[in-house]
Every structure is written in C-alpha cells, then in structure tokens.
Design a protein around this ligand. Structure first.
Ligand SMILES: [Fe+2]
Ligand SMILES: [Fe+2]
Length: 162
C-alpha cells in the first residue's frame, strides 16, 4: 500500500463508527474477526486498486470494508447450514445503505463479492472484481493460517496502522 494517508482518509468514517466496531464481536475464519477480515480485504483491495490504477478508490475502499457487514454470528448451529453464503452479501449491502448511506454502485460491489458462489450475480465493475479476488485471497490465508494471532484494533483511525 503506497498511499496510506488516502486509505485512512476514506476508511476513517467507517472505522470510527461504533456500528462497524460491532463486527469485532463476530468471528469470520479461524480466530480472525469480521472486523479484521474486512480491514484486511480493504487494504488488499486498495493495493490492488493502486496496481490496476482504479480511479474510484473511495467506492473500492468503502465497499471492501462493508462487504461482510452482516452483523451476526454465522457459525451458530442454526446458521451453519443456512443460506449465509448466498444471503449475506444482500444483508451487508442493506446494512451499508442503512448505516453508511452507500451509493448504488457501492451496494453492487458488496452484493457481488461472493461470485462465483452467487453465480447469477457477477461483479459489474472493475472494483467489484478486485474486492471479489481480495476477499478470496484473505479468506484462504485466514483459513489456512489458523495459528495467526488475532490483531486487536482500536476504534479510531489509528487502528488502520499496524
Ligand atoms: Fe462475504
Ligand atoms: Fe469476506
């Protein structure tokens, strides 16, 4: 990531909100919280966006941060075999609209991040393909590297810096 300040500037509004901090309570993979996973995906998406010269960096970072903003524990038994894989992008997009007033494009980026799992909803934008790929890379790393220690994040912008 080259332009750390730009990333922090875009991410600050979401990272400093108490609502987004609620995602620290939920585990995504291994010992990694949804909050940390989302931050990792946003960082990687931002770096990929720099590489591919994506112009709409703001939508890229916001949607990457909110791509799993579903706010429930998907590991509890009654949800284990549920439709979480298909439905959580819709829930995350709705929560993004509700709490962060995201645009239609940003909602689309969130809605399509699970492709090809959600076969009929492929990304419509370049930013969507980046988030889709970054999510898979981070998810694979989190699943394979279960010995990784979870990072404790504060609620402020400084939490962006590791
Ligand atoms: Fe997801
Ligand atoms: Fe994810």
């Amino acid at each position: 990531m080259k332009d750390t300040l730009l990333f922090e500037k875009i991410a600050a509004g979401i990272l400093t909100s108490s609502k987004f901090s609620e995602s620290k309570k939920f585990i995504q993979h291994g010992k990694i919280s949804v909050y940390e996973h989302s931050l990792d995906v946003a960082r990687l998406s931002f770096s990929m966006g720099e590489f591919f010269k994506i112009a709409d960096t703001e939508s890229l970072v916001k949607a990457a941060l909110l791509h799993d903003f579903f706010l429930y524990d998907w590991h509890v038994p009654d949800k284990m075999w549920s439709l979480h894989g298909w439905t959580h992008p819709v829930v995350a997009a709705e929560n993004g609209r509700k709490y962060f007033n995201i645009s239609d494009k940003e909602a689309s980026l969130i809605r399509t991040h699970m492709w090809p799992y959600t076969l009929l909803h492929p990304p419509k934008y370049r930013e969507g393909w980046i988030i889709c790929m970054a999510d898979k890379v981070c998810s694979a790393a989190e699943t394979l590297c279960r010995w990784r220690k979870p990072t404790v994040h504060g609620s402020g912008v400084s939490s962006v810096q590791k």
